[in-house]
Design a protein around this ligand. Structure first.
Ligand SMILES: [Cu+2]
Length: 281
């Protein structure tokens, strides 16, 4: 987006500075400042701390895009200034390929390269499946809470039934007790994970579309009723992080939050054991 804006700006600047637009019936608009404001806002409100394995490459690409956009914006103004100060009033033919087509071709190649790189980054995170040894956790969004189900010692999630959903009775995701795999499943209202181990989340929604987002993990994915969407990542720093809902899902949307607690492996094992022991009673 920022690249496209800057590219348009530069195109305007090249053509304006050379005076061609005076000959055209529809004058071009002067540049907006979207790219500059994006970079400026990033300097004022920096990105949240990065605590996931895939985050640094995404951040690097974002910052690179914004710096390129800012550099193009600066170049635009220099060209505009030079064009205004040394405007020629002659009607002699211009070398259009040199002042317009060549720079635009360069920018198209640059823009395409950035886009392809972004696609590869996205694909490496989202089109590649989770490692088979990844921790399995099911995430369910409902008005207005997130619930997290762990499969227990059998490492298999039991069956669920929407008719059995009863948050007030301790069964918020509708676990079917008739399924033997469900007996050791347990549900929490916070997501607890060990550091430096990949987790494969199964994202579900019970009622409407919710937006599962953890800014520090550079994660954002809609949870859609009727679908199970996989989302994998590896937390790299211990701490407590907010899990948000980024879709306006109803009157209580503003309070639809939960916590992600990333623990050291020993602490996680102790937490897991206590939960599994409680679930087996
Ligand atoms: Cu929501």
């Amino acid at each position: 987006m920022a690249d496209a804006t800057a590219l348009t700006h530069l195109h305007c600047a090249f053509t304006l500075s050379d005076g061609w637009d005076e000959q055209r019936s529809s004058p071009r608009r002067y540049p907006s400042y979207v790219s500059f404001s994006s970079l400026a806002s990033l300097l004022v409100w920096p990105l949240p701390a990065d605590a996931s394995a895939h985050g640094p490459s995404l951040d690097h690409h974002l910052i690179l895009n914004l710096w390129i956009a800012a550099a193009l914006l600066a170049l635009v103004h220099i060209i505009l200034l030079v064009g205004l100060l040394s405007r020629r009033r002659t009607r002699e033919p211009r070398r259009r390929w040199l002042v317009e087509y060549l720079p635009i071709s360069f920018l198209v190649v640059l823009f395409a390269a950035l886009t392809i790189q972004a696609e590869f980054l996205w694909a490496s995170v989202r089109y590649t499946g989770a490692d088979p040894s990844a921790l399995q956790v099911e995430v369910t969004g409902m008005q207005f809470a997130w619930y997290f189900r762990y499969p227990g010692p059998d490492a298999t999630f039991g069956r669920t039934n929407p008719k059995l959903v009863a948050p007030g009775e301790g069964n918020p995701v509708g676990i079917d007790p008739a399924d033997p795999y469900s007996t050791d499943d347990f549900v929490t209202s916070e997501l607890v994970l060990p550091v430096n181990r990949q987790v494969d989340l199964r994202l579900r929604a019970q009622d409407v579309i919710h937006g599962f987002a953890i800014p520090e993990m550079r994660l954002k994915q809609n949870a859609v009723p009727g679908e199970t969407i996989h989302l994998h990542f590896t937390p790299t720093a211990t701490g407590t992080y907010a899990i948000l809902c980024t879709q306006l899902c109803g009157s209580g949307h503003y309070r639809m939050q939960a916590n992600l607690r990333v623990l050291a492996p020993a602490d996680y094992t102790a937490w897991l054991t206590s939960k599994e022991t409680a679930a087996s009673k």
